[in-house]
Write a protein that binds this ligand. Sequence first.
Ligand code: SAM
Length: 324
Amino acid sequence: MALTDKFGRAITDLRVSVTDRCNFRCVYCRSAENTMAHENLLEWDEYERLVRILVGMGIRKVRVTGGEPLVRPGIESFIGRLKALGVRDLSMTTNGHLLAERCDKLIAAGLDRINISLDSLDREKFERVTRTKAFDQVMAGIDAAQNSSLRPVKVNAVLVRGLNDDEVEAFAEFARERELIMRFIEFMPLDADRAWTRAMMVPAAEVYRRISARWTLVPVVHERSETARKYRFADGRGEIGLIAPVTQAFCGFCSRIRLTADGKLRTCLFSKDDHDLKLLVRGGATDREIGDEILSIVAQKEKGHRINEPDFVPPSRTMVYIGG
Ligand code: SAM
């Protein structure tokens, strides 16, 4: 049975969080080190079984994320196991810290695409944002990926007013120089410190205005379910993507569900509740029973997030526990 929700949206994309651990402490994401107990995290076999069931129900794209996926031992062979399940488009979101030395193995295992997070091109600011000294390693990770079959790499920056919004043009230059895809993401109310305010967010329209004031941008066709509005530079290489979940929500064409590291299925980043598949897996449920449960969870997928509604309440789980 294919996965479709009650609004007729086909669900074809799965984000799999393989850990809630991260080797960065980004100021806008997570400050304290609260991690889930190891026994609460899914084992690789459990992930594989759930993904196999989901692929049988129409999931075609899988993005592996976290926490930081590269800190979990065994990630390369997990990528290989996912590929063997017939996942057509297999990607990863990483902070890039451990990427340079792992890139070849990930590609050999079957990784098709990669997104690397980078919130500043300025070493000192990068260190302040991530609370690490990993700038050179991340740059090396971007280079390694860009010099491989993963090219063109997508580099993701979350813009936070007063923190890195002065770097919009520099990021655009970076995309042009390195011939990569630079994506600007609106800051969402999913931070662990609950400090988000609308004033901290930099709207995608402002990013578009500023970049197009310097360079002529040409729209690039995108699939309706894609999160980014894409543009290339009329006079050069590289591309930008604007991801505007707050100011231009794209829920109407959402094709995504998420599996958390502790085995919960979420139908929206902002879902109030998640659904415990680990309980079923560890309780001896058959594939059929798990599949039926997934069908009924997906049918109830929310119409959209409610960030802009007066009664919006942020979810109890924050980005690092959901999987970005
Ligand atoms: N560790 C990996 C990484 O850094 O890419 C994967 C997980 S991380 C949670 C995924 C992405 O979510 C990162 O690009 C991060 O910047 C972004 N992110 C975290 N908190 C966010 C928020 N409140 N709003 C928007 N994006 C956020």
